[in-house]
Design a protein around this ligand. Sequence first.
Ligand SMILES: [Zn+2]
Length: 194
Amino acid sequence: MKLPKEQIIEIFKETKALLEGHFVLSSGLHSPQYFQCAKVLQYPKYLHLLAGEIARHFEYNDIEVVIAPAIGGITVATEVGRMLGARTLFSERVNGRMELRRGFEILPNERTLVVEDVITTGGSTNEVIELVKKSKGALVGVSCIVDRSNGKVRFDAKYFSVLQMDAVSYTPEQCPLCAEGSIPPSKPGSRGNY
Ligand SMILES: [Zn+2]
């Protein structure tokens, strides 16, 4: 049974992974929401609960390797890999290029699941998919806890997100919260709010 969306949102708010207010994102855009997935994954029971949704979705797919792009996806990938009894690797950027380091490898035809915490544009996820293909591994699935792509991402594999949470953002000129003027925008992290 899939966790109800309302219950997940409640957990995000309780752990302050999801903040509501008026924020300046790292892109410079303004948003009424700020989401930091690591905040919820620091709690073992929630990590287990959310990773469990992914593991259950792929439990009959004979996953042999789970791989995450560093850093955000590592925690959840490790828990998914533990539940599926699969090796867990992570890729990292070297001079801007996604690579497997530390002696990590994907063997030809190994059944591979790519795991992310949050997918926004799908950029780093696609780079990991390319690594799987380059290693001649078998890409079985792609998954994440939160899909913030507003329905835009597509992958050439079985795709599962625990939650779709559309991202809302505005240029400062178009921001309704700025127009309203009651709450000044804050940068997450700058006021001790995350
Ligand atoms: Zn604003």
